[in-house]
Design a protein around this ligand. Sequence first.
Ligand SMILES: [Cu+2]
Length: 122
Amino acid sequence: MGKGRGSANRTLVLGLAALIVMAMAQPTLATVHYATWSYSMATWTRGKTFRAGDYIVFSYNKSLHNLVRVSGYGYNTCTRPSGSLAYQTGKDYIKLVKGANYFLCSFPGHCKAGMKLAVYAY
Ligand SMILES: [Cu+2]
C-alpha cells in the first residue's frame, strides 16, 4: 500500500518536472513587423528588435516596386543576382533568418534612392 503511494507520488513529481521543462523550452512567439516599403527605409529599424523567425510584412504598390532578398554585397552595391526570386505581391510576408537579412527593390534606380533594408536578427 505505502509502496504504491510512494510510486504514484514519484510519478506525479516527475510529471510536474517534465511539464516545467516543457514550459521553459517553449519558444517565444514570433513578432510580426509591418513596413511600408519605400525610398526612406534608412531609419525604419531604429528602436526595433528582430529575432530569427520574426516576420516583416512589406506593403507597397506592386506595379511600382518589388522585393528581393540579396546578400550583403547585393545590398551594398544595389545589385540583384540574376535568377534571384522577386517578391511582388504588394504585401509580402518575409521570415527573418538568424543574422543579417538584406532586401532591395530591383526596379531601376530604386535601391540607390534608398529602397533597401538591412535587418539583423538575433
Ligand atoms: Cu521600388
